[in-house]
Write a new protein. Structure first.
Length: 147
């Protein structure tokens, strides 16, 4: 589906250049840094959690277009969602960028990143924001890694 591929590429370029929810969160209850040594992507995720819900989420840092676009799309997807929803969505997303098939309906715009499965090095860029969020919500010590 070349038309869909093009559309998805535009979405990644757009979010990579103009990331949504970019910047520090003043009332953050959780802050964590994630680092992908293979590419040099470094992002910090800020979450304000209220009664088991991701009330607000943002990120900042520096990285390649894929990591920035993935973080941007992820913050859009997770804002206002229950914390327990994260694992399920990440599992679907991981399946999409690493597996053979992609259930685009459940993922919405996140499916735009499905193309990275052809580039194993880029999979780490796409999943870095997710690993960081999961580390936050599990209150793991130290910084998250895409490894
Ligand atoms: Zn990267």
């Amino acid at each position: 589906m070349p038309v869909l591929d093009e559309l998805y590429q535009e979405l990644i370029i757009d979010h990579g250049r103009n990331p949504r929810n970019f910047g520090k969160l003043k009332n953050a209850t959780h802050i964590k840094e994630g680092y992908n040594p293979l590419c040099g992507d470094k992002i910090t995720i800020y979450i304000s959690e209220k009664q088991g819900v991701i009330d607000d989420i943002s990120f900042d840092g520096e990285g390649c277009a894929i990591s920035m676009a993935s973080a941007s799309l992820m913050t859009e997807a997770l804002k206002g969602k229950p914390v327990k929803y994260v694992d399920q969505l990440f599992a679907d997303f991981q399946h999409c960028v690493m597996g053979q098939t992609c259930e685009t309906k459940a993922l919405g715009k996140l499916a735009a990143l499905a193309g990275v499965r052809k580039f194993p090095m880029r999979v780490k860029c796409a999943t870095l924001p997710w690993h960081t969020v999961r580390a936050i919500l599990k209150d793991e010590k130290g910084s998250a890694s895409s490894e």
